[in-house]
Design a protein around this ligand. Structure first.
Ligand SMILES: *Cc1c(COP(=O)(O)O)cnc(C)c1O
Length: 396
């Protein structure tokens, strides 16, 4: 799919042209300004060129460097761009692992085609990522229990200023040390925070709409949303909670999916998150994993003090949440995503009304913490699971 001619080359993550850096970069210390800058990438990057005439060229691993693109490049004018966010984890057994990388490969392929860029065999993406980490992993990710952030990206880099489907594209992959906010020392003077504070979007600011592209990870979704995010932050909130439609449906929060656990109006304990069908939300890999884990491990029996519940994907509105909060039916709420993982939500402000989204005793009930620890066990190799993809050491 996505290729114009039948005989053009497919993406192939098994062959590489490798140029090693001879000028290695400093590895930033955890919590350092370089790490906090989210811009200090590892020694190498992967690039793969594509043309409509020939398809995908042989992938290259080369020293991290600036790209050179013409000022007329399609991406700079028509936002022909999409990306992925994933992490590589250094396990407690010393192995490097990716978490469900084919889900990211598949989503990048779908996003690429949605932004008029070429498609590819999605399971090749994890091989490209693995190659980069085989080379940079030993020096950049030595410590068990830590991770690097990985950003696979596709851009239309051809020189044609005419408004048309790109005939040239570039897939590139970079890896960057990313602060682990869960491990950073908190300001001892600061009031302890029980969770994120979300600011509900106003009706004149819509992130995604039916028939649009909110379900794809396109740069075009983010630039225009940063203004609202900046406003929320200036008002002291952590994220925007995106509402949609006249009934103010709750869709997702920033670049994370939103979940609420409550006793529904019939008294049944549920985990609810927005559905994928109307294509308003990004289908998060973490979201999908949360739903699958809850259905598998929490739908029948108690886990410690946590009562079993049903996971449902259903439209919910901000009024539903406000009503549940007033009636004391909320048990816990949280957001999920690769960048900020699983984080409880303490409150939502909607049109000057503060809605408490913690449990009845003012604490998260512990579901988010349990789900997080299950996921971490898989990511860091404490539990053998087929969601983990182990990166073999480089053959020397
Ligand atoms: C990336 C992203 C998410 C989370 O997806 P994961 O695959 O779990 O990282 C959720 N919402 C939006 C808008 C995103 O961009």
């Amino acid at each position: 799919m996505g290729s114009v001619a039948a005989n053009v080359a497919e993406l192939d993550g098994s062959k590489f042209n490798i140029t090693r850096s001879t000028n290695l970069r400093d590895v930033p210390l955890p919590g350092s300004p370089e790490e906090l800058s989210h811009s200090h990438c590892t020694d190498h990057m992967v690039t793969v060129k594509w043309t409509a005439a020939n398809g995908w060229e042989t992938p290259e691993v080369k020293p991290y460097q600036n790209l050179s693109i013409p000022p007329t490049a399609s991406v700079l004018h028509y936002a022909t761009e999409c990306f992925e966010g994933m992490k590589v984890y250094r396990g407690y057994d010393g192995k490097l692992r990716l978490f469900r990388p084919d889900c990211n490969g598949e989503r990048l392929n779908s996003s690429s085609q949605r932004s008029s860029l070429p498609g590819f065999k999605y399971d090749e993406v994890k091989k490209l990522v693995a190659k980069l980490l085989q080379i940079d992993g030993p020096r950049w990710l030595p410590n068990p229990g830590s991770f690097l952030y990985i950003r696979p990206t596709v851009i239309g880099n051809g020189p044609h200023l005419g408004v048309q489907v790109p005939k040239e594209a570039l897939l590139f992959i970079i890896a960057v040390p990313w602060p682990d906010f869960t491990k950073m020392k908190k300001d001892p003077e600061a009031e302890p925070r029980k969770g994120l504070r979300l600011y509900a979007s106003s009706p004149d600011t819509i992130r995604a709409w039916p028939g649009g592209f909110g379900y794809a990870k396109l740069g075009a979704n983010y630039g225009p949303s940063l203004q609202a995010h900046g406003k929320a932050q200036a008002l002291g909130f952590d994220q925007i909670l995106w509402l949609f439609g006249p009934d103010r449906q709750v869709t997702e929060a920033g670049a994370s999916n939103f979940f609420i656990i409550w006793h529904n109006t019939e008294g049944k304990l549920e985990l609810v998150t927005a559905p994928l069908e109307n294509q308003l939300i990004l289908p998060g890999v973490t979201r999908r994993s949360v739903l699958e884990l809850v259905r598998e491990r929490l739908s029948q029996n108690f886990v410690g003090k946590l009562a079993p519940l049903e996971a449902v994907e259903r439209t919910l509105t901000i009024d539903d949440i406000e009503k549940a909060s007033k009636e004391g039916r909320i048990v816990e709420s949280f957001v999920s995503g690769t960048a900020y993982f699983i984080t409880p939500v303490a409150m939502i402000q909607n049109e000057n009304t503060d809605i408490n989204t913690l449990g009845a005793n003012g604490e998260p009930a512990g579901y988010a913490a349990q789900i997080k620890s299950w996921l971490e066990a898989i990511m860091f190799g404490k539990e053998e699971h087929d969601w983990a993809y182990t990166i073999e050491n480089e053959e020397k």
